[in-house]
Design a protein around this ligand. Sequence first.
Ligand code: HEC
Length: 115
Amino acid sequence: MKRLEWMALALLALGPQVVSVSAQPAATQASLNDKELTGMRLFNQSCRVCHTKPQLSSPLYGPALSRQSLGGQDDVMREVISNGTPRMPGFKHHFQPQQIDAIVAYLKTIPAPSP
Ligand code: HEC
């Protein structure tokens, strides 16, 4: 395939994702409280890069997150976000505890993905 055709394909692949990224918060924002909204903003800044499908064919770095992550246990989520794992950086020096709380509150609003 020629280079231009690849570019067109790449754009096609990007299209729906760009749309859903911009459309989704609008749909969900209405139902989020202030804390959850703060968490969503922090998540978009610091977590999204690894926890949502990157563009094109790069692999997903981290698992998709939802209210079911880590068995839906808030304290375990706070622990993983604060201290990280061998493959994920910890955020305890990056965020205040209440910011981590806000991120957990936001994760709890994300429905579990269908299997
Ligand atoms: C550099 C990439 C990267 C960033 C940035 C990142 N994560 Fe992760 N995260 C991972 C990886 C990789 C895993 C899988 C953990 C493992 O296997 O060690 C993970 C696992 C998790 C888990 C456990 C999920 C499960 O089902 O086991 C949670 C919760 C989580 N991350 C939340 C967050 C939050 C919240 C942020 C932002 C504050 C964040 N992560 C930022 C890479 C990242």
